[in-house]
Design a protein around this ligand. Structure first.
Ligand SMILES: Nc1ncnc2c1ncn2[C@@H]1O[C@H](COP(=O)(O)OP(=O)(O)OP(=O)(O)O)[C@@H](O)[C@H]1O
Ligand SMILES: [Mg+2]
Length: 228
């Protein structure tokens, strides 16, 4: 991953999470936030952490979870943090923790699931802060979302690279239109799985089908994403 802020948008099963993992393959220090607790729970070569959240105190119970990171201030780690409840609050804490640890890549799968119900078009402030100001703490930020409108426009417009997998909803395509010309928007609406249009600060938009059939990190499990 050679950008500080990357995003991957697209409908379910288009290959966003697999691509995000692929892009992280050479990162030495990674925290990945998993709100789905399905396809990622038994991924090999990761430390799987299941923090227990105390909603009254807004803290994690026990010392083990935070100690894991305290012991890894200067070494390599790949931590997959699984959240089952209170997504927004826990990601808030995780972003704060990451800003303290520094020098890492913070990956957030299904960013839409972390949005408090009722709010539209807005990530919790701490995620926005980690994504925008994280680079000052040497935090690279990457994430996936099925709908680009669920990611705050400030984060989107600061992204150095966005991979647009297939999107078909009008609102989603309207967001894409802000980043590419109409020909590419039509292309995004018709992309096959695992193919994306990449927009970035580094190059003109282009269609990327280079990894089709080449990413075999994830098991073929049905998606359990939901936005209730
Ligand atoms: N480039 C690829 N080549 C072959 N298989 C792929 C590729 N990318 C993803 N897959 C497979 O396709 C399936 C869906 O991929 P993935 O879970 O990344 O989709 P997703 O867009 O994150 O879906 P969701 O929004 O439901 O989480 C997985 O089984 C994955 O291994
Ligand atoms: Mg996914």
């Amino acid at each position: 991953m050679n950008a500080y802020l990357e995003l991957n948008f697209g409908k379910s099963f288009t290959g966003k999470t697999a691509r995000m993992l692929w892009e992280l393959r050479e990162e030495g220090r990674i925290i990945l936030a998993d709100p789905k607790c399905a396809q990622l729970v038994d991924l090999k070569n990761w430390d799987h952490l299941w923090p227990v959240y105390d909603s009254e105190e807004n803290v994690w119970m026990g010392k083990d979870f935070v100690d894991y990171f305290r012991k890894r201030q200067n070494c390599r780690f790949r931590a997959m943090v699984h959240f089952r409840t209170h997504f927004s609050q826990q990601l808030n804490l995780l972003c704060r923790l990451s800003m303290g640890i520094k020098n890492l890549a913070l990956a957030v799968d299904e960013m839409g699931l972390f949005i408090p119900s009722g709010s539209v078009n807005s990530l919790p402030p701490s995620i926005t802060a980690a994504a925008i100001s994280g680079r000052h703490e040497f935090i690279k930020f990457t994430g996936t979302a099925q709908l680009p409108s669920l990611v705050h426009f400030v984060v989107r417009s600061n992204a150095e690279r966005i991979r647009w997998f297939r999107l078909t909803e009008k609102n989603a395509l309207d967001v894409a239109r802000l980043h590419m010309d109409e020909n590419f928007v039509q292309e995004v609406a018709n992309l096959p799985n695992y193919v994306c249009v990449e927009t970035s600060d580094f190059a003109l938009p282009f269609r990327d089908e280079s990894l089709v059939g080449k990413i075999k990190i994830l098991a073929k499990k049905p998606s359990s994403a939901h936005y209730s």
